[in-house]
Structure formats: structure tokens, C-alpha cells
Design a protein around this ligand. Structure first.
Ligand code: HEC
Ligand code: HEC
Length: 289
């Protein structure tokens, strides 16, 4: 680990592009009494070898927008706090629950057998004719296969199992399908991403497509390509949190009413966000500020 940080240097990039967008945002935020700052950016902070891993074409993982300290925390499984949840997931995997008297292991043997599932969710589900994400897939097994209660959103149990199911796919490229029966859901998710909302009248796009690499408050804006790193350990939360929790936070930042975690709106949005990350590696559990 030692010495890695010293080798990092800022990747060149779009420091000026989109400055107008940020100026607009600052105006609006000032209006709303928010203390946002537009500081001309240091762009993604990446060492050359991490760029190879976390950048595909022009897509950059939020990892490359993190500080070297946060990156080092993610890179080292002993420092990565998210690994505590992965280990809890392992314990839950063999725990018998529900009327069927089964554990996950009764059918899936070991977590590694689920390698490959995480990168392809949300996915169209033939049975319910719905789009379901990985948390919902896990809970489906609990209710239908184990005859157990579904785990609550944002519960330690669901976060732990989701982290484990993500972890066993580490390094695999995110690869969601958006054609065929998934298409209408994808289109809705996309529309959500581009729709301005909230008191600040801003869309996801205004920050994550127009202004990555700019500082907003104390945060360096990333491209929001978070298909591979959730659930994520956030230093701010001091715990693991789901992608939908992040969506709620981003909705609240612009003073828009957040949707419920697990709502169809957010599962559609998740498909769009994950599609923007197609090709980037699974890096669960990610660590972010
Ligand atoms: C009684 C057997 C059984 C139990 C117990 C069970 N599952 Fe499953 N699971 C299945 C079957 C069967 C499928 C495939 C269903 C399908 O293809 O529609 C599946 C699918 C999955 C998938 C999606 C795999 C993919 O590639 O799409 C995940 C993830 C999963 N299970 C996780 C779990 C977890 C976590 C638990 C424990 C909380 C669990 N399962 C308990 C039978 C079980
Ligand atoms: C006013 C600016 C702003 C808007 C609008 C906004 N976000 Fe964010 N978002 C942020 C900031 C700041 C962060 C934390 C730094 C970063 O990763 O970009 C963040 C982080 C994220 C992340 C986590 C990235 C990672 O690598 O962990 C995701 C995913 C995300 N936003 C999605 C969205 C979605 C979806 C929307 C629309 C519902 C949205 N954001 C709207 C400012 C915004």
C-alpha cells in the first residue's frame, strides 16, 4: 500500500467545460440559501494503473474522483470498512430461516456460485413482468424459496447480503440489458435522469453529465457511474448504504421530494445509471467520501 498515493497525479480533463452550468447552479443555490461553491476543478485524481482499471473509454468510475486516501481505503480489504458487511453476509448465507427450513446455501451452495448475477441486475423478470434489482432478487428468494420474511430496505441484513453478492462479482464488467422487454423501463429511467426537479430545478444530468470534475460544496462531482460500487461505504454515513439511499440524497440536494427506496421509479433509474456504467468493473464494496 505504502507509496501509492505519492504516485497519483491529476488526470487531464474538462476543467472549463460546463462552467456555465455550475455558475447557474450556484446562482440557484444561493437563492435557496445553500452554501455551494464553484471551484475550478482538479479533475479526476488517478494514478495511471487505476485509470486502466476504473476507466473504460471515456467512462470513469467515481473511484477516480475520490482522494488517494479514500481510494487506498477501498483498495485494501483490511482497511475497507465495507468488508465488515461482506463478512456478515457470509454468516447470513448459511443461516437457516423461514418455514421451508432452508438457508441460501441449501440451494446456492456458496456465495461464489452467484458470481455473475450482480452485474446484470436490474433485470426484466418474466414471472412478474417487472424490472427487479439485486436487492429485490435476494428478497424474492427469501419469500418464495425460503418462506421467510423479506429483509427491510437499508437493513443491515439486506445491505450485507447485497454487498456479498456484489463482492463475489468483483472485477466483472457491469453488463445490464436495456433492450427487449427491459426497454420501456430503461426509457423511464432515462427520462427521470434528464428531468429537472426540486426547488433548484436541476436534473441528474446537470450535475453528473454536464459538470463532473467540478467542486460543489466540498464534493468533487463524479460522473455518477455507480453501477459497480454499491452498496458503498460512505465516510459521511459511517456505514454501508444502498444506491437508492444515494438517489434519495441526490434528490434532496436539489430540494426535490425523494422516492422510496425500492420504488419502481428508482429501480428504473438504477437501470439507467447502471447502463451508464456498462463495462466498468464491479468494485463492491466501494468506499466514498
Ligand atoms: C430453495 C432454493 C433457494 C434458496 C433457499 C435461495 N435461492 Fe436464490 N435462487 C433460487 C433459484 C431457483 C434461483 C433462480 C430463479 C430464476 O432463475 O428465476 C435463484 C436465484 C437467485 C439469484 C439470482 C441469480 C441470477 O443469476 O440471476 C440470487 C442473487 C439469489 N438467488 C440469491 C439468494 C440468496 C442471497 C438467498 C438466501 C437469502 C437465496 N438465493 C436462497 C433458489 C434458492
Ligand atoms: C446538484 C448536483 C447533483 C445532482 C442534481 C445530482 N447529484 Fe448525484 N451526486 C452529487 C454529488 C456532489 C455527489 C458526491 C460526489 C460524486 O460522486 O459525484 C453525488 C453522487 C452520486 C452518486 C454516487 C457516485 C459514486 O461513485 O458513488 C450517484 C450514483 C448519483 N450521485 C446519482 C445521481 C442521480 C441518479 C441523480 C438524479 C436523481 C443525481 N445524482 C443528481 C450531486 C448531484
Amino acid at each position: 500500500m505504502g507509496g501509492v498515493a505519492g504516485g497519483r497525479r491529476a488526470a487531464g480533463g474538462s476543467a472549463v467545460k460546463g462552467l456555465l452550468g455550475i455558475a447557474g447552479a450556484v446562482g440557484m443555490l444561493a437563492l435557496a440559501g445553500g452554501g455551494w461553491m464553484a471551484i475550478n476543478a482538479n479533475d479526476a485524481q488517478a494514478c495511471e494503473e487505476c485509470k486502466g482499471k476504473y476507466q473504460v473509454g471515456d467512462k470513469k468510475s467515481g473511484y477516480l474522483y475520490s482522494t488517494p486516501e479514500t481510494q487506498a481505503m477501498q483498495d485494501d480489504d483490511f482497511q475497507n470498512q465495507g468488508m465488515l458487511w461482506v463478512e456478515r453476509g457470509r454468516a447470513l448465507f448459511t443461516q437457516v430461516e423461514g418455514e421451508a427450513g432452508k438457508s441460501c446455501a441449501s440451494c446456492h451452495e456458496k456465495p461464489e456460485k452467484l458470481r455473475g448475477a450482480y452485474p446484470v441486475y436490474p433485470k426484466y423478470d418474466e414471472k412478474t413482468k417487472q424490472l427487479i434489482n439485486i436487492e429485490q432478487r435476494i428478497n424474492r428468494c427469501r419469500t418464495e424459496q425460503m418462506k421467510a420474511k423479506p429483509w427491510k430496505w437499508e437493513s443491515d441484513e439486506l445491505l450485507s447480503m447485497t454487498a456479498l453478492v456484489g463482492f463475489v462479482s468483483r472485477g466483472m464488467p457491469v453488463n445490464v440489458k436495456v433492450d427487449g422487454p427491459a426497454k420501456p423501463f430503461f426509457e423511464k429511467g432515462k427520462a427521470f435522469y434528464f428531468q429537472r426537479r426540486g426547488q433548484l430545478d436541476m436534473a441528474c444530468k446537470n450535475c453528473h453529465i454536464d459538470n463532473p470534475g467540478k467542486m460543489i460544496r466540498a464534493d468533487l462531482l463524479s460522473e455518477g457511474r455507480a453501477g459497480g460500487n454499491f452498496p458503498v461505504y460512505r465516510l459521511k454515513w459511517q456505514k454501508l448504504g444502498s444506491l437508492h439511499r444515494r438517489f434519495r440524497g441526490c434528490n434532496k440536494q436539489v430540494r426535490a421530494k425523494p422516492y422510496k427506496a425500492g420504488s419502481p421509479e428508482y429501480v428504473n433509474l438504477e437501470l439507467y445509471v447502471k447502463w451508464r456504467s456498462n463495462g466498468l468493473p464491479v468494485e463492491v464494496p466501494g468506499v466514498r467520501r
